[in-house]
Design a protein around this ligand. Structure first.
Ligand code: SF4
Length: 499
């Protein structure tokens, strides 16, 4: 069958979108989104800008891809890339269409849409329901309306299905050490905390990685406290090389994400050259004042330095992910909205964020500074995922373990709100219990494997991912076995817009 590739503009003005009526051809009088065929050598954005100039005499600002629709017409197969746009100027002129209307969510069905365009209506209806301006995000985060909140979580899930599909990628999480040179005020393994310390041997790390490979997880994360001593740096270099050499059968060599804090640029380069290709460094808060309040002012904990590390990681070529805590003391809804907009400006291809969970012995907890109750922090965590998915449809978003501390189905609910990465913990259980950034008693206690000397938290379960529940069984969640699971956004390598 003949194939045609086109672009279409979903032009939004306030709470309405532009529909145009065809004035020619077999589908004359039907309604569509303006746009047209891509010419050879044109990017979708170039084609869209040209088509809208030709059809409407209009200049547009082109936003994110809402969805690519695949549709079989009787004579051809259509691939239609649909972008959210706004008008750069008010005036437009109908050069090819016989009519146009601005439709709001309630009146979308008032016209007879071309079949392919009709596929977009549920997503557009959702899109029009949520205001993704800074003020709109703040209002969404502060909403106490259960119906609104539920619709937002559902919109996050639907956007995920539309932009990245139902696949959830896996990362076998290896918590290599709870020794840390830093003293973050919220953390249970901070340098100043009196707690049992551990460091996994090379053999333990490799055993955990081999287990991840055997289970076809496709990728691992090596996470630990921040250390800059040469012995530790060499150990990571050695381990990254050794993990890449693990026999994974028909799967590609394991993908490696590192999350080992701030390091000199040359150390990041060394680990990248060894084979790590993703790095997670959470900004924790994009508000420098709040960052200061949750870290000691001792010269070791600098917001600017952390930001510089993120730039370095990106420049070196890592897929540089970041994230923040949600529901901390002193944090406002505006801070959270700014965190989401920070991720967007930074062009992060992956985000790991989760609710703040207090550690009983941390200075922040002991200070008595108030923070939202569990249920509120949990809902905030889910809403942040959904809003982020709407803002950045094709990135990877992790369903953080911190969600599970607040609800036994926390990670599953994160995935059903728009997250698409799940990190089964493959750290040896006897050490896992010591990696207490926050109080993890609930998740460790509830797991049938915990504390029994088993190597894997989910080893005894019928499904390896018991906490994904019925949605896994029903196919709403599909596991991406044996894949690195890089985000679509990573392939665009979006530049950072932060000055
Ligand atoms: S949050 Fe990370 S860097 Fe800060 S003290 Fe804890 S382990 Fe160290």
């Amino acid at each position: 069958m003949k194939k045609i590739e086109v672009v279409a503009a979903i032009i939004r003005k306030g709470d309405r979108i532009l529909a145009t009526q065809r004035g020619y051809g077999a589908w004359k009088d039907w309604w569509e989104f303006p746009g047209g065929k891509m010419e050879p050598g044109e990017s979708p954005q170039e084609a869209l800008a040209r088509e809208i100039r030709e059809e409407l005499d209009a200049q547009i600002r082109i936003g994110r891809l809402l969805r690519t629709v695949e549709w079989d017409y009787p004579e051809f197969h259509l691939t239609m890339h649909c972008y959210l746009c706004t008008l750069a100027q008010e005036a437009l002129h109908l050069n090819e269409h016989e009519s146009a209307r601005w439709l709001d969510a309630a009146s979308l069905d008032a016209v007879r849409w071309l079949p392919a365009d009709d596929q977009l209506l549920p997503l557009i209806r959702q899109e029009l329901s949520f205001d993704l301006s800074r003020e709109g995000i703040i209002a969404a985060l502060e909403s106490k309306d259960p119906a609104f909140n539920q619709a937002l979580l559902e919109a996050g899930y639907q956007q995920k299905i539309a932009s990245v599909g139902p696949v959830v990628y896996l990362r076998g999480l290896i918590e290599i050490s709870n020794v840390c040179a830093k003293n973050c005020l919220y953390c249970g393994i901070r340098r100043g905390m009196d707690c049992p310390r551990y460091e996994l041997s090379d053999g333990q790390v490799l055993q955990a990685a081999i287990m991840a490979a055997k289970r076809h997880y496709g990728s691992i994360v090596i996470q630990g406290g921040e250390r800059k001593d040469r012995a530790f740096i060499d150990k990571i270099t050695r381990l990254v090389k050794a993990v890449k050499a693990i026999d994974t059968g028909d799967d590609p060599p394991l993908g490696i994400t590192l999350s080992l804090g701030e390091q000199p640029r040359e150390v990041y380069e060394e680990w990248f050259a060894a084979g790590a290709h993703r790095y997670l460094l959470r900004i924790e808060s994009s508000n420098p004042d709040l960052y200061r309040r949750i870290h000691p002012d001792d010269g070791l904990h600098s917001y600017d330095r952390r930001l510089q590390c993120l730039y370095d990681l990106k420049e070196i070529g890592y897929q540089a992910g970041t994230g923040a805590m949600i529901g901390m003391p002193f944090q406002t809804s505006a801070d959270l909205a700014d965190d989401l907009l920070f991720y967007q400006r930074f062009g992060a291809p992956m985000i790991g964020m989760g609710p703040y969970n207090p550690h009983p012995g941390s200075p922040l907890t002991l200070s008595g500074a108030p923070f939202p109750p569990d249920g509120e922090r949990f809902m905030l965590g889910l809403k942040m995922i959904a809003l982020l998915r709407l803002l950045m449809p094709d990135i990877n978003i992790a369903a953080a373990t911190a969600l599970e501390v607040l609800d036994p189905r926390g990670r599953e609910m994160g995935i059903m709100s728009g997250a698409n990465v799940f990190m089964p913990n493959v750290t040896p259980a006897e050490e896992m219990v010591k990696y207490n950034l926050y109080d993890r008693k609930t998740i460790l206690k509830d797991c049938p494997s915990a504390g029994k000397g088993e190597n894997h938290i989910c080893r005894n379960c019928v499904f390896p991912f018991c906490s994904l529940g019925d949605n896994l069984v029903q196919g709403k969640i599909v596991i991406g076995y044996g894949q690195w699971g890089d985000s679509k956004a990573a392939k665009h390598n979006k530049q950072c817009d932060i000055p």
